[in-house]
Design a protein around this ligand. Sequence first.
Ligand code: KIV
Length: 264
Amino acid sequence: MPITVRDIHAFKQRGERFIMLTAYDASMARLLDQAGVPVLLVGDTLGEMVLGHSSTIPVTMDDMIHHASAVTRAVENAFVVGDMPFMSYQASTSEALHNAGRHLKEAGVNAVKLEGGGRVAEVVSRLVESGIPVMGHLGLTPQSVNQLGGYRVQGRGEAAQRILQDAKHLEAAGAFALVLEAVPQALGREVTQSLSIPTIGIGAGPHTDAQVLVLHDFLGLTMGRTPRFVKRYASLGDEVTRAAKEFAREVVEGTFPDSEHSYD
Ligand code: KIV
């Protein structure tokens, strides 16, 4: 059965932890859906993981629609959330409505996600009033990397109260769930206990209602240093390298294609 916003709220009411993973294409989305992942996020990490950018800033609404459409075409049950890229919702509420509407109408996502607290609360409430479920995103908000001065832990000291207040503003504005990224675990717990909507943590400790990881980090496809909160559940990067080398060797040696892989 397709997952709905009501199911996502019910997870929290029942105290049942759940996961979200990012997905950017049909084949991965199909596998994750068949594995029973309840929520897929077509994140704007698309920019770094798939499009070769060094941040999420260059990602456009057209990029998001293109990839989110592929994901929604592949899934049967997962609830699909489409990220709103940088500058698709900040300039005005009417632009936010237009772009979020595109996500639902053209890509077929079930909800949108946007970054920020009190300053986006009005936009969130207008989207929700228009029938568009909204997931919030607080803590480390990568679209503000230039203002934050890098990808660093947020919400230490006095900043913790601001994040807690922002979380309450988002809930009051009608957000159905909230991503909390790179904050101390005590703050992850406090926000989670203060809200009736589920919190989905990434680097926010073990007390949030759900956990999200970026697909390429989770599968071991990312190169170089990853943040402390990343756990690799597979080493597909090593497998890809091994497979490519083996294919090349067999072709060079003349052992592929053999008679099993050739037509008479
Ligand atoms: O864009 C994304 O992948 C995200 C996750 C890090 C939650 O926002």
